[in-house]
Design a binder for this molecule. Structure first.
Ligand code: ADP
Length: 305
């Protein structure tokens, strides 16, 4: 069986230190990373498309060409005159990475401004994927436009998958952050939270508490990621099940661990594997990704499974 996978969010220009004061340019962003790994793990019966807004500048054009080269569809990406993509810089100090962002005027903040365009893209998809970062860059009105389309998609029987990816620096006010993450979850049929984030921001005492909270919001299927401690699956009425992480030989860079898990997991699930098989594969993908530098690693390095 094949179909259409649509990821919605922001892909940014990444600048990373390359020694001698040089910076290496790349592209990344949580929902785009997941699209990248889903594309790498799905066969050609599935299309993977990215939905965002970009500018009419050379960097936007180069980003689009990178996406197409990766086999990711860009037909839904609106170009906005005079705008540019968001950008972030990774600084390394004593082995610790820190991130500086320039994204306040990024074109992606306007991704939901054309509601008809958004509706057409979502209506054409079988699975729609978005995150708390997608919601965090939007105005309250744009959040409502996006969520009302996602609620329609869920009501129409599509899989609507949501990673809360809670990032306080995107939100001016904590109350709005938590309320919007909950509204995102209510629009979704499947959520993939990271326990660390949920514990920190919602005060969950255990993985089970995270599952209960998302269940009470009406989510059907829940995948709680917990780093090296593996994932817990709570699918429909079935009792929750734990799937161990794959032991990482070396951890080089944990950027995109959760995003790549999501890509591998969703790819297998769409392919008809059980949630437990899909989680084992997602863990194998994530372990490979954290063994290499950068958010996006070559599809050739990924497990075939
Ligand atoms: P996030 O990157 O969203 O915070 P996690 O840290 O929970 O997400 O990691 C996502 C997945 O990546 C985990 O479920 C696991 O499969 C894998 N992973 C992350 N850290 C490790 C680790 N140290 N060893 C093995 N697997 C890991």
């Amino acid at each position: 069986m094949g179909g259409k996978f649509l990821a919605i969010g922001e892909c940014m220009v990444e600048l990373a230190q390359a020694g001698d004061g040089l910076l290496r340019q790349g592209y990344a962003g949580d929902t785009f990373n997941t699209a990248w790994y889903a594309r790498a793990c799905l066969d050609e019966r599935w299309s993977v498309d990215y939905f965002t807004a970009l500018g009419d500048d050379p960097l936007s054009a180069d980003m689009l060409s990178m996406m197409r080269k990766a086999g990711i569809g860009t037909d839904n990406i609106r170009r906005i005159e005079g705008k540019t993509p968001g950008l972030y810089l990774i600084t390394l100090k004593d082995g610790e990475r820190s991130f500086s962002y320039w994204r306040d005027t990024a074109a992606a903040k306007k991704l939901a401004d054309d509601a008809d365009h958004l509706r057409r893209a979502i209506e054409a998809a079988d699975l729609v994927y978005f995150s708390g970062i997608t919601l965090g860059i939007l105005s309250p009105e744009a959040v409502e436009t996006l969520l009302s389309e996602l609620r329609r998609a869920r009501a129409a029987g599509k899989t609507v998958a949501f990673d809360p990816n809670i990032r306080p620096r995107l939100w001016q006010d904590r109350h709005r952050m938590l309320a919007t993450i909950e509204a995102g979850a209510r629009a979704a049929s499947l959520v993939l939270p990271s326990f660390d984030d949920e514990k920190t921001h919602f005060g969950d005492a255990s993985v089970e508490a995270t599952i209960e909270r998302y269940r009470s919001l009406g989510v059907v299927d829940i995948v709680v990621k917990n780093g090296a401690d593996g994932v817990t699956l709570a699918f429909g009425d079935t009792p929750s099940a734990h799937v161990a992480s794959k032991k990482a030989e070396t951890v080089v860079d944990t950027t995109s661990a959760g995003d790549s898990f999501n890509g591998g997991f969703l790819a297998r699930l769409l392919d008809g594997a059980t949630p437990a098989q899909s989680a084992a594969f997602g863990a194998a993908v994530a372990t490979t990704v954290i063994g290499h530098h950068g958010a996006l690693i070559s599809p050739q390095l990924l497990p075939k499974g």
